[in-house]
Design a binder for this molecule. Structure first.
Ligand code: HXC
Length: 257
């Protein structure tokens, strides 16, 4: 399958998506959104894929939704089309996803990074929600995810001023999991993805699902959900294998069952 806005490849058990609209600093347009979901559908269907990495270029992960495409949209039109609803499908993916961010991750670009399960940032990364300068606000989850990740004070400041945050501040604030030198961003992200993909896929997916529940429910409901999923894991072959391998001092051979 050929894509015109993305480079899509499989490296072992990792699916790699590189946003590729260099002429527009990887701005996210409708074609790119459709292709992103198509690429992710392909990785979902492929049982050998255990983790997905989304990255951009050295200069920009993505400089936001495509302003030139949005400029003339209307209220009834965006309402009828449920404009941007396709991004909910990206955010709802069940396999683990890592964003590897270098350069600008602004507006929808920052929001796409936050849809992933965690962000590994190059030391050149710059995050921001500058939509207010365009007379709009974050529209694909930024007002909610940024607030959950970095807290209300910083989220308010970022969204109301539109200022950018560098990688060091992003790590300190809890927006990114780790900052690495720009030259080794992809290598580090792939290494991390390979580690995740070497685990049992159903167990990794259930772990991801449990952590995401924390955004939705109270502590006691979240712990109840965790307990139920934990109990269910004893029905898997991979739990038996993982624990037997520890006892027998060998590497586990997970079969995703
Ligand atoms: C369309 C964009 C773009 C964008 C950059 N470009 N960002 N095109 N949509 N979001 C294009 C520029 O028009 C230019 O094209 C080319 O990419 C290079 O950009 P420059 O501005 O020349 O680069 P530079 O001077 O280095 O500045 C980089 C920048 C700036 C600071 C990142 O491009 C910028 O501020 N971009 C917009 C960032 C932004 O506001 N993002 C939020 C979008 S709204 P030409 O053809 O002139 O060479 C959003 C909403 C989310 O994301 C959901 C709401 C519903």
């Amino acid at each position: 399958m050929a894509f015109s806005t993305l480079l899509v490849e499989t490296r072992g058990k990792v699916g790699l998506i590189t946003v590729n609209r260099p002429q527009a600093l990887n701005a996210l347009n409708s074609e790119l959104l459709a292709e992103m979901n198509e690429a992710l559908d392909g990785f979902d269907r492929d049982p050998s894929i255990g983790c997905i990495v989304i990255t951009g270029s050295e200069r920009a992960f993505a400089a936001g939704a495509d302003i030139k495409e949005m400029a003339s949209l209307t209220y009834p039109g965006t309402y009828i089309d449920d404009f941007f609803a396709g991004w909910d499908r990206v955010a709802a993916r069940r396999k683990p996803m890592i964003a590897a961010v270098a350069g600008f991750a602004l507006g929808g670009g920052c929001e796409l990074a936050m849809m992933c399960d965690f962000i590994i940032a190059a030391d050149t990364a710059k995050f921001g929600q500058p939509e207010i300068k365009l007379g709009v606000m974050p529209g694909i989850g930024g007002s909610q995810r940024l607030t959950r990740l970095i807290g209300r004070a910083k989220a308010m400041e970022m969204c109301l001023t539109g200022r950018m945050m560098d990688a060091e501040e992003a790590e300190r604030s809890g927006l990114v999991a780790r900052v690495v030198p720009a030259g080794s961003l992809l290598e580090e992200a792939m290494k991390t993805a390979e580690t995740i993909a070497s685990m049992s896929l159903p167990i990794a997916m259930m772990t991801k699902e449990a952590i995401h529940r924390a955004d939705e429910v109270s502590l006691s409901e979240g712990i109840r959900f965790e307990r139920r999923v934990f109990h269910a894991m004893f029905a898997t072959r991979d739990q038996k294998e993982g624990m037997a391998a520890f006892v027998e001092k060998r590497k586990p051979d997970f079969k995703n069952s």
